[in-house]
Write a protein that binds this ligand. Structure first.
Ligand SMILES: [Zn+2]
Ligand SMILES: [Zn+2]
Length: 772
């Protein structure tokens, strides 16, 4: 307390120095609550743990371990470094002692190897732990299958290797007692939906071998962990959320960089960038002798922060301190990386700016301060990053520095969204037919699908199986649905991809492959004439060939940037659910078809942002069948707003942009995962309508979450627009970097009036609710 408080006051509470601080939250120290070793844990394990410094378990570890041992599927959702592994290792070791086996699944190979070390270091003879992933040598695989009792793998290996070849694993599967799903919050969106189906396939295969393993999930804290875990596993999962581990007191500042005199699109004011703000704060912290880690979104950003802080320290006549600041660029050798981490830990280095490459599996902790530039996506990530601060039980300092987008603006002004009860849910949708279909095929190849599997794969299973039979992918026989092809059915699902084809970007001069993007995204970024940036170098696109899946580019640095313009049409295919609000506004959720076409691009002067000209383009339409949430304005409110000269289209468009920006507050998605359309009169609703849709075939669960949390979402959307001090709209509120319409028309004041009309508590209640 005594050392950080004055520094803290000096650094962040001097109003003349940081007027940008919008809020300071003091998170109290927690002493922690320990428990007794459960009496079923064998003494040798306790001895090993005690020898490693774990003298007694925390209460949440005991609660979760007891639940798992009693056969309850459980998720343990507690803070960073709260020792979640111990909770599943206790029952796992006991089960192995009794002749059982354990399967551990993690999203990354690196994490599986970390866990392997942890387990192996316990040196319990019966626990024969081994990693089984794509890198496991062929000659070792057989040993793992036949002799390992604790197998560590990832969803990819389960999907392509273990499940299709379950016969070779029969001995292991027959004795399987626990399935541990670590870092479960990583399984979200399309990837999460794939993993949900892989886990269902695993449960089905286990049933075939007459084992019924208990699922133990570990996750960062989230909105409704029990619900998310149940959706991920298809089982009824109970959540343990009361964290019994101690944590240091922490002060967390929220920072919103100020508007500058610079102007951007349509004369909008530009904020000082988050990295520039971070550089200044880093220089001040380093000056105070505080070991500080700065998390930045990009490598270039990390360089900007480090160079900026060095320059400030030089200018202040502190060149020695400037030398103790560095950027962590990634791509280092393991030894270089450890050296850098060690330098920071020991204080040789005082300031380090890094991308979140440090986030998973690497142990840098015990720092004085952490700066986080830009919202890291989820509250879990924020706390994971902030949790690096807190040295030797001393007070820790963290700051979140907002970038100029609506979500960051909102958070900088609504601390409760960060420090209060979490509303952020890990979202996934295993019923998406585009994801379900290939997994039903894979399941049928593993063991023919029967009616008894319907409950596992969801209510649409029979309909999907019929469709697959019509498409001649499966055959129906008296004993079930069969996969009869010689192909590997698991190849049908690309579990880490967005689905769809890819386009390669090739430099014609050198023949070098610069990168690869989804075909869907290629229309807007590598159309003919587009300026394409690659690692700081500028290229011009000569040709985009969808048949060959290639975009040809050459190095050139024109004095302009390019911005694609597109047209988007959306058609309602089926309304699945609706809710009518007191204002008469109706919110819907359902299936839509989105037809998008890039029709041209604008050239903008790089320095001034002024438009130099517009070029038409002739690219094919793209059709996306997906799911959307949409809301309509009641006719009387529309008339009223018209009477008050509120420009409806610009207002709806502005509200749409901000709503897209704010959805990640409630669903674990990125604004790039979703799209939107707004019209003053839509053909299918006959009313002013704003749509927000999932940017993936069949949907990914984000729009559905928008529907279930619609009121919170639109209230937050209104808040983000109102909180931004700009007058006409700027990137922090209603302008969007991905607008296909060049951010026109947009009306900030009108958007507030429109959202007020939608959110109004009074008003008449109309009867027009469509859909079943
Ligand atoms: Zn603004
Ligand atoms: Zn737009």
């Amino acid at each position: 307390m005594e050392w950080s408080e004055p520094v803290f006051s000096g650094v962040w509470r001097d109003d003349t120095r940081y007027p940008q601080v919008t809020h300071i939250e003091r998170v109290a120290r927690s002493e922690g609550e320990s428990g007794d070793w459960p009496d079923w844990v064998a003494p040798p394990l306790v001895e090993r743990l005690v020898a490693r410094g774990i003298t007694e378990p925390w209460s949440h570890q005991v609660t979760a371990a007891d639940l798992a041992r009693s056969g309850r599927d459980v998720i343990i959702a507690t803070g960073t470094a709260s020792g979640k592994s111990l909770a599943f290792v206790m029952p796992a070791v006991e089960a192995i002692d009794a002749g059982g086996t354990v399967l551990y699944v993690s999203p990354t190979k690196a994490l599986a190897h970390d866990q392997l070390r942890w387990i192996s270091d316990l040196e319990i003879p019966e626990v024969r732990a081994a990693v089984y992933d794509g890198d496991t040598p062929a000659e070792d695989r057989r040993w793992v299958r036949e002799h390992a009792t604790y197998v560590l793998t990832n969803p990819d290996m389960l999907h392509h290797g273990m499940l299709p070849r379950h016969g070779a694993w029969s001995c292991f599967l027959r004795r399987l007692k626990y399935v541990v799903v670590d870092e479960a919050h990583h399984y979200r969106g399309v990837f999460g939906s794939h993993v949900a189906l892989i886990l269902r396939r695993l449960r089905r295969i286990c049933a075939r071998y007459r084992s019924e393993p208990t699922f133990v999930l570990a996750s960062a804290t989230s909105g409704s962990p029990g619900e998310s875990a149940s959706r991920l596993t298809g089982a009824d999962v109970i959540a343990v959320t009361k964290d019994g581990s101690p944590r240091p007191a922490m002060s967390v500042a929220l920072v919103e960089p100020e508007l500058t005199d610079l102007v951007g699109e349509h004369g909008a004011p530009i904020r000082r960038t988050a990295p520039s703000q971070a550089a200044e704060m880093l220089a001040d912290l380093v000056h105070e002798g505080m070991r500080t880690l700065v998390f930045v979104r990009s490598r270039q950003g990390a360089e900007v922060v480090a160079l900026g802080a060095q320059r400030i320290l030089h200018d202040r006549g502190e060149p020695d301190l400037a030398e103790r600041v560095a950027a962590y660029r990634g791509g280092y050798l393991a030894s270089e990386r450890r050296e850098l981490e060690e330098a920071l830990r020991t204080g040789v280095l005082l300031g380090l700016a890094s991308t979140n490459a440090l986030e998973l599996g690497v142990d840098i902790s015990g720092l004085d301060a952490v700066l986080i530039t830009g919202w890291p996506g989820t509250r879990a990530s924020l706390w994971q990053q902030a949790g690096r601060a807190g040295r030797g039980g001393g007070d820790a300092l963290a700051a979140f520095i907002a970038r100029d987008d609506p979500l960051d603006t909102y958070l900088a002004h609504h601390p409760a969204a960060i420090f209060g009860r979490s509303v952020e849910a890990t979202v996934l949708d295993p019923e998406n037919p585009h994801i379900l279909d290939p997994h039903l095929c894979a399941a049928a190849q593993e063991v023919p699908v029967t009616r008894s599997d319907f409950a596992l794969f969801g209510p649409s299973t029979e309909e999907r199986l019929d469709t697959l039979v019509r498409k001649r992918m499966l055959r129906r026989r008296p004993r079930g649905w069969f996969w009869t092809s010689n192909e590997r059915a698991s190849d049908l699902a690309d579990i880490r991809g967005a689905g769809g084809s890819r386009v390669q970007i090739v430099d014609t001069a050198s023949g070098q492959l610069l990168g690869e993007i989804d075909e869907a995204a290629s229309h807007g970024t590598v159309h003919p004439g587009a300026v394409y940036l690659h690692q700081g170098e500028t290229f011009l696109v000569d040709d985009l060939d969808f048949d060959e899946g290639v975009a040809l580019v050459h190095a050139e640095d024109p004095p302009y940037s390019t911005w694609a313009r597109d047209t988007t049409d959306i058609t309602v295919r089926r309304t699945l659910r609706s809710q009518t609000w007191p204002s008469g506004a109706v919110v819907h959720f359902g299936e839509v078809q989105v037809v998008q076409q890039v029709v041209g691009y604008l050239k903008r002067d790089v320095r001034t942002g002024s438009v130099l000209g517009e070029q038409p383009l002739d690219l094919p339409e793209r059709v996306l069948d997906t799911r959307a949430v949409w809301w309509t304005l009641p006719a009387d409110a529309e008339q009223r707003l018209r009477g008050q000269d509120v420009p409806l289209l610009g207002s709806a468009h502005a509200a749409e942009h901000a709503a897209i920006g704010l959805l990640p507050l409630l669903a674990t998605c990125d604004r790039w995962d979703i799209g939107g359309v707004s019209t003053s009169v839509h053909g299918d609703t006959g009313k002013l309508t704003v749509f927000v849709y999932d940017g993936y075939e069949g949907g990914a669960g984000f729009a559905e979450r928008g529907y279930t949390a619609a009121r919170d979402w639109l209230v937050a959307t209104r808040g983000a627009i109102a909180d931004c001090e700009c007058e006409q709209g700027c990137p922090s509120c209603i302008q969007s970097p991905k607008c296909g319409n060049g951010n026109e028309p947009l009306d900030k004041a009108g958007a507030l009036r429109l959202l007020d009309a939608v959110l109004e508590e009074g008003g008449e209640c109309p009867q027009d609710v469509d859909g079943p």
